[in-house]
Design a protein around this ligand. Sequence first.
Ligand code: BTN
Length: 285
Amino acid sequence: MSQFNQQKFINSLSNIQRARISQISNPSTPHHLHIFSNIPSTNQTLWQLIDSGASPGTIVIATQQTAGRGQWGRNWISSIGGLYMSVAPNISISQTPQLTLSTAWGIASNLQDYGVPVKIKWPNDLILENRKLGGILTETRINKKKISQAIIGIGINWANSVPDTGINLQSYYRNQSQPEIFSLEMLAAIVFHGVDSGIKQLSESGIESILPAYTQLLINIGQEVVVEDRIGEVVGVTNSGELKVKINPNPATLNTQSQIFSSEINLKPGTISLGYGQISRGVGE
Ligand code: BTN
């Protein structure tokens, strides 16, 4: 598989939009679609296209990347067979974490509609059977404290090789009797529709309308974490996308009034790395 079939993508997308599985009022048509076989990074190429006048709404898809970017400055290994897609939404949103959360929710819930029981690891890892199926990298340009342009880059493992902590959809399907996603193009269409529904929901109804469903998909609720040497438990996510941790009372000082009640700390994305179930350490404010 070395080619990405543009027509197949467009047909899949219109079928998905017609099926209106995840209802959105006004689904977007990808009017400027750029498909490459091998580029350094779809995010990088999309920024270059925007700098040379491409309009918001433009999409870049590559069948392979040589310098894929991951979160926190990591590399995203992007061998052939995976989905590598970047989208430049046409919206004015003031908070990057909200955009990231909404996109993760949109993609995960759309994949669930197609029978893939994807969960989310805060803030935006897509998890299947306790392994990483994909990730989202939101890059923004800020002007006067507002996001002037955002690019959302999505990598999903379809048939590409993955590390031990990863999973691709093809290997998941080996144990499933009735796969509902039949091609990389169909996966791309579902993911695009997911991004579109997440962003529309955020801009029309606010993060409050997404958080309950997002939290339901989180694998981290109830997870034990250590913040500044105190043990706590993940209890939710705030409106600005921070992780809410309930810190347990310190047994050594339990007889003092102030320690009887547990306190809550909010952690910004990037200040704690949550594993897949083991205790994680973070830094509170
Ligand atoms: C993560 O680290 O979890 C996020 C990975 C995001 C990778 C995608 S692949 C398409 C787009 N282009 C990039 O260079 N990165 C993102």
